[in-house]
Write a protein that binds this ligand. Structure first.
Ligand SMILES: C[S@@+](CC[C@H](N)C(=O)[O-])C[C@H]1O[C@@H](n2cnc3c(N)ncnc32)[C@H](O)[C@@H]1O
Length: 302
């Protein structure tokens, strides 16, 4: 917890989430090579470097790379973490802290937050299509499906209808205006735009495909005994890691309606039976940690 307090005292714009649990499960050691797939403000990397391990940091956002600190054992790469196997051969640990950083969220001009009026962009980096492109070009049904699937928004159909009626929508506040014609702002409830904004951000940045590809890459480049640690912030992300570790640890529950399948040989052993969550002490200091879930697994020899 002292590291979090240090970050608060230093006025850090992004407070690292579940750092003690990340360190305990990632277990970096002197001389090892660890990938920090989501460098952000470098909070995880800094602590990993202190153990004497080398860090290869990835971020798709060029601002994160340009603002990074330097360290003799830190290599930074401006790329998506799904491409990690293109850059490295074998590593001893990989950590992913998914989603946007507080810097991205609070940088009003990027369109991630419905609290600031800004162009409806939401690109973290290294993708072509913006959120405005999606809301202005998708058909109503496609939009409704996207908002339902990635935002788990039950009012996706009327929201999509209202979006189509309100086109063109070029700013965050124009989108909020369309959503709040369907869902009213209620005190003590999450803002009605939350789920639609989440859905668009996931779509723009292809976030779920990124995780799926990164887990396969991790399987290819982790040495036996290497650790994979994923911190996620919503159930869609968490489910991908949960299913992956369950399938790759030789469990194949299959379906009673389908022919039995032979489980694949285990390539991982899960080290978190249930997802870990942030401690009450951390939650007092950083409310953003509320929805965080950490799952970790060790690469085993086939
Ligand atoms: C939650 S922040 C990480 C914060 C970091 N752990 C820290 O303690 O400072 C997530 C970062 O990952 C980056 N990111 C998200 N998805 C990515 C991807 N698929 N590939 C590379 N970077 C990604 C974002 O641009 C953002 O800077």
């Amino acid at each position: 917890m002292s590291i979090l307090i240090d970050q608060i005292e230093a006025g850090s714009k992004h407070l690292s989430v579940m750092l003690p649990e990340v360190l305990a499960t990632l277990a970096p050691k002197r001389g090892e090579t660890i990938i920090d797939g989501t460098f952000g403000a470098g909070g995880y990397s800094r602590v990993i470097l202190e153990t004497g391990a080398k860090v290869i940091g990835f971020d798709r956002d060029i601002t994160a790379i340009n603002n990074a600190f330097t360290h003799e054992n830190l290599t930074l790469l401006h790329d998506r973490f799904s491409n990690m196997a293109d850059h490295v051969d074998k590593v001893d640990g990989i950590v992913l802290d998914l989603g946007v950083s507080s810097m991205q969220f609070d940088e009003g001009g990027r369109g991630f937050s419905f609290r600031y009026d800004a162009p409806l962009d939401m690109r973290m980096g290294l993708t072509e299509i913006s959120a405005a492109d999606i809301v202005n070009s998708f058909e109503e049904k496609e939009l409704a499906d996207l908002i339902y699937l990635y935002g788990e928004e039950r009012a996706s159909r009327p929201i999509a209808r209202e979006i189509v009626k309100s086109r063109p929508i070029n700013t965050t506040f124009e989108l909020v205006a369309a959503i709040t014609k369907v869902l009213y702002i209620k005190r003590d409830e999450i803002h009605p735009a939350t789920r639609t904004f989440q859905a668009l951000r996931i779509a723009v940045n292809e976030e779920l495909a990124e995780i799926e590809q990164a887990l396969k890459a991790a399987e290819a480049i982790l040495r036996p005994g290497g650790r994979l640690v994923v911190v996620s912030f919503h159930s869609l992300e968490d489910r991908i890691m949960k299913d992956f570790t369950s399938k790759r640890s030789g469990k194949n529950e299959g379906s009673r309606y389908a022919p039995a399948v032979t489980p694949l040989p285990a390539t991982f052993k899960s080290i978190t039976r249930k997802a870990l969550t942030a401690s009450p002490d951390e939650l007092k200091l950083n409310p953003r940690a509320r929805s965080a879930k950490l799952r970790a697994a060790i690469r085993v020899e086939v």
